[in-house]
Write a protein that binds this ligand. Structure first.
Ligand SMILES: Nc1ncnc2c1ncn2[C@@H]1O[C@H](COP(=O)(O)OP(=O)(O)OP(=O)(O)O)[C@@H](O)[C@H]1O
Ligand SMILES: [Mg+2]
Length: 226
């Protein structure tokens, strides 16, 4: 679905952020990208979306129907939740019929319907995350890219998000996400990759018995400043 072929990228000279990366995201996978702060996860997503261009290599996309949820949610705080999802639907040219049925359904499924006429700036962190997910889903994408979708989300809401991702995945959506939350990764993903300083250092399928923390610690070195 997404193939990265010998991708190298740097924002400026002598500052390699993605280093000759080869990776394939299979259709129908829920593929989690792990790595320390600054490893290159968000950069990889921006490259995938075409917002940045690699200096070397190619990215092959099997389908152009991509929705993206950025780390900072990409919401308009001075609009209501409902207006945010409406605005997103207009950008993606979602038909009025589809919007009428899907918008409220998504808001209800993500348990954020009741306050959807409030301005987003009044919402909590976790509610905004769920709204950002609803905004990404209203376009009915084939590929969903989520950059840290569960930051600040409580355990109950996390399960709501996991269930939502599994459901749309069963309906054919390929999901590529990044997260620092290994519990979320183990619940949501069937495949993980680990990036360390722009290098792919690990990739494999995972299942309920996989100890992701062990793998993560083994394949990443501490970058804590002294
Ligand atoms: N716009 C930019 N200009 C210059 N350097 C940048 C820019 N954006 C990111 N970088 C650098 O690129 C490297 C990778 O950053 P990136 O945001 O991709 O990491 P990340 O894995 O998403 O980290 P985090 O877990 O903190 O979100 C870092 O060294 C960062 O400082
Ligand atoms: Mg990031």
């Amino acid at each position: 679905m997404i193939t990265y072929k010998n991708i190298s990228f740097q924002y400026s000279k002598n500052n390699v952020v993605i280093n000759n990366l080869n990776l394939h995201v299979k259709e129908r996978d829920i593929h989690g990208i792990l790595g320390h702060n600054g490893a290159g996860k968000t950069t990889l997503f921006r490259l995938t979306l075409g917002l940045l261009k690699p200096q070397k290599g190619k990215i092959l996309l099997g389908n152009n129907d991509i929705s993206y949820m950025p780390t900072d949610n990409g919401l308009y705080e001075n609009l209501t939740a409902f207006q945010n999802i409406e605005f997103r639907a207009k950008i993606f040219k979602v038909s009025q019929d589809v919007f009428n049925t899907e918008a409220n359904l998504l808001l209800k499924q993500l348990h954020i319907f009741k306050r959807s006429n409030e301005l987003v700036l009044k919402w909590s962190t976790g509610m905004k995350k769920r709204l950002a997910l609803a905004c990404a889903l209203i376009a009915n994408p084939k590929i969903l890219i989520l950059d840290e979708p569960t930051n600040g989300i409580d355990p109950e809401s996390l399960n709501i998000v996991v269930n939502m991702l599994k459901k749309i995945n069963q309906n054919g959506v390929t999901i590529l996400l990044s997260s620092q939350d290994l519990n979320f990764i183990s619940k949501a993903c069937n495949y993980i990759s680990i990036i360390q300083s722009g290098n792919l250092v690990y990739e494999n399928s995972i299942n309920v018995n996989t100890n992701i923390e062990d793998i993560y610690l083994k394949y990443t070195n501490s970058n804590v400043e002294e």
